[in-house]
Design a protein around this ligand. Sequence first.
Ligand SMILES: C[S@@+](CC[C@H](N)C(=O)[O-])C[C@H]1O[C@@H](n2cnc3c(N)ncnc32)[C@H](O)[C@@H]1O
Length: 295
Amino acid sequence: MSIPDESSPWHYPVLLKETLEYLAIRPDGVYVDMTAGLGGHLGAIAERLMNGMAIGCDRDAESLEIAKRNTAAYGERIRFHHGAFSTLDQALAANGVAEVDGMVADLGVSRYQLASAERGFSLMVDGPLDMRMNRGETETAADLVNFLPEKALADLIYQLGDERRSRRIARAIVRGRPIHTTGRLAQVIEQAVPRTSKIHPATQAFMALRLQVNQELVELEQLLRNGPERLKSGGRFVVLTFMSTEDRIVKQAFQSLARAHRATILTKHVVRPSETEVKENPASRSAKLRCLERN
Ligand SMILES: C[S@@+](CC[C@H](N)C(=O)[O-])C[C@H]1O[C@@H](n2cnc3c(N)ncnc32)[C@H](O)[C@@H]1O
């Protein structure tokens, strides 16, 4: 089992400077970080507060504990909430807050989650086929891989993973059952669809399974409906995405709010990390930032 050191310098909050600029933090404001993770963005927000409050949410209890440790210096300025995007209202109510000055969501999984073999997110480290962000939930990636009918598995990999070779992959998975580890799944897929580039042929299938296990797109859509409603007038909402499917959903939701004159899009063009950031933190290379201001 490998658990990386969560406070080690490999943790770079993505597009941090840009996120803080777009949030335009007021020292007495109330801010929500929907994806506290290891506390990178959250700590930076708290650092800019005086009488204000930051609420750090995450559906992963282990990550939330790490965020608490990493941001301990900010004491009572930060409150924590264990829950998914769909529990935003509970997070606000528990802290006596009705509306907020800003909100950030840095989507996906953290490098800590990816590197923790026993969480089963990554094809690079061998571990049980799990992929649950919230370990209190019941369905794991192993359940999907071992019990979904072949066609449903192929459809899932095609639709959520954008993977053209989904039928071949699903057939190989069904033949290779039972599959209990990330290493074995990666091997079964690699045998069915040989490598054509530097990218591992199981990458898209792993992404599809993760999105399904955590219902990530459903959660995102709910956040995009509810989040802007909880912003004060002039309040800002920053979303960081790493996949084109997610970015498309964010872009369309923002456009529809702008058309209804409920909000103004502040990022006419999507914001990307600088060359320097990508060099320092290659994991940031696919990041896209969009920001909305409530009218
Ligand atoms: C990319 S990491 C965030 C890293 C964080 N910004 C930092 O600087 O440390 C994404 C985090 O969001 C959490 N997450 C993803 N989807 C979520 C959801 N629907 N509800 C709550 N937390 C979620 C994951 O568990 C993960 O810890």
